[in-house]
Design a protein around this ligand. Structure first.
Ligand SMILES: [Zn+2]
Length: 162
């Protein structure tokens, strides 16, 4: 697997000039970084001082969460500006639904997962294999434990989270 770094000098550097919290970093997979950068470009063209709250995956889609301007008590932007910003970020959320968050290939939402992710076929299969292996390993461990511990009346083993 390719190691990706969010170190400085990458495509997300301009996005990092706008955080509300300076310690915050973008939290999406490598396949969406270009999309995040493009969203930033559209937003910053209209709102040069926009304030970034978070960039993450929510319900399988890209959530680019920002204010039109640095927040101030009493408000620092109009409803129209906020609507406009949301229209832009919603459009990028729609686009993200067709892009694999791992590798940027054409993807689709995989709702069978416990966590919804947009993935291409390749990563979906890879991850399904890993999940199956993990489940098999957990099952083996459970059986081993059951064999070692004498049965107790009323004892129920709850399935553990993989
Ligand atoms: Zn992929």
């Amino acid at each position: 697997m390719v190691e990706t770094s969010l170190a400085s000098g990458d495509v997300l550097e301009p996005v990092r000039q706008h955080p509300r919290d300076p310690s915050y970093d973008v939290d999406v997979g490598p396949g969406w970084r270009q999309l995040v950068f493009e969203c930033h470009q559209v937003v910053v063209a209209e709102f040069p001082e926009y304030e970034l709250l978070a960039v993450k995956q929510k319900w399988g889609a890209l959530a680019f969460q920002a204010f039109p301007r640095p927040w101030k008590p009493g408000g620092n932007w109009t409803d129209a500006e906020q609507s406009r910003l949301h229209a832009v970020t919603d459009a990028f959320a729609d686009r993200s639904e067709g892009i694999c968050e791992r590798c940027a290939a054409e993807g689709s939402l995989r709702e069978s997962r416990r966590v919804h992710l947009v993935l291409c076929d390749r990563y979906s299969f890879v991850r399904a294999d890993l999940a199956a292996e993990a489940a098999a390993a957990a099952r083996k461990a459970e059986l081993r434990e059951a064999a070692q511990v004498p049965a107790r009346a009323g004892h129920i083993t709850a399935p553990t989270d993989p």
